[in-house]
Design a protein around this ligand. Structure first.
Ligand code: ADP
Ligand code: MG
Length: 248
């Protein structure tokens, strides 16, 4: 049996009495690619917030590799090996993709020392490989501001990987992307899943079909059901609460 990389036990998050998460029990194995879906307001983003320490559970606990994350500040949780990709890309638009990756992959995270110090061969090889993985080799040395939205998303996923997290959290990576760009992101996540544990929050069902292994459906802050894509898609409760009222 695989070790659990992430577990939540009875996690409740109350905002003024409203339970955004309600006794949420969830676990995923190390090495797994898990997709979490659910209608708007189901608690998906709050779920990521409570893992990364942005929000504290009112009740219950979150375990990362068996370690209780309670009361740890966000930066310490990040250092333990949890990386998060937000919905909107957060990249340096006036630097090139290569420079963006150099900055994030550098251990001492200082922009100036990174820019003025020459990279080691190992770093250069890693960055070359990463540019290849995210499909940006031909655009490695143009200003990142000139990249398409999908390319920016791929660059930010690359920056996340450059930090070598053990668990990647990815919030709605294909919102607002064309079909082709959506497909590219899906293939990239499948490639990364060969060597990383990844938790993807998603709304787009076609995309979920492309990448899904095990799917967890959230509804009103709790797990409604879990299974492979077919099982979840055919579950009448899911059809009712999620597919039946998909607004966007
Ligand atoms: P999802 O990402 O699935 O759309 P969210 O986790 O963003 O859902 O939100 C779940 C519910 O919690 C929503 O009803 C939202 O309005 C509420 N909520 C989220 N964050 C806060 C907050 N900081 N204060 C009050 N209510 C919040
Ligand atoms: Mg959300």
């Amino acid at each position: 049996m695989n070790a659990k990389i992430l577990e939540t036990e009875n996690v409740t998050v109350s905002f003024d009495g409203f339970k955004a998460l309600n006794q949420l029990n969830f676990s995923m194995d190390a090495g797994e690619l898990r997709v979490v879906i659910g209608p708007n307001g189901a608690g998906k983003t709050t779920f990521l917030d409570v893992i990364t320490g942005k929000v504290q559970p009112t009740v219950g606990r979150v375990l990362f590799k068996g370690k209780n994350l309670r009361s740890l500040p966000e930066y310490k949780i990040a250092r333990l090996g949890i990386g998060r990709k937000f919905q909107t890309p957060r990249i340096y638009l006036n630097l090139t993709p290569r420079e963006n990756l150099e900055i994030t992959s550098n251990q001492n995270k200082n922009v100036f020392s990174t820019l003025f110090k020459s990279s080691t061969n190992l770093e250069k090889n890693n960055i070359k490989g990463l540019l290849e993985t995210i499909g940006l080799t031909p655009k490695a040395d143009i200003t990142a501001g000139l990249l398409s939205h999908g390319e920016k998303q791929r660059l930010e996923i690359g920056m996340l990987v450059a930090q070598s997290p053990d668990l990647l959290l990815v919030d709605e990576p294909v919102a607002g992307l064309t079909d082709e760009e959506t497909y590219n992101i899906g293939e990239l996540l499948l490639t990364l899943a060969q060597s990383h544990s990844i938790l993807v929050i998603e709304h787009d069902m076609e995309f979920v079909r492309q990448i899904a292994r095990k799917v967890t459906v959230l509804h009103e802050g709790s797990v409604l059901c879990e299974g492979d894509f077919e099982e979840v898609q055919n579950d009448s409760r899911v059809v009712e609460v999620y597919l039946g009222k998909q607004e966007d």
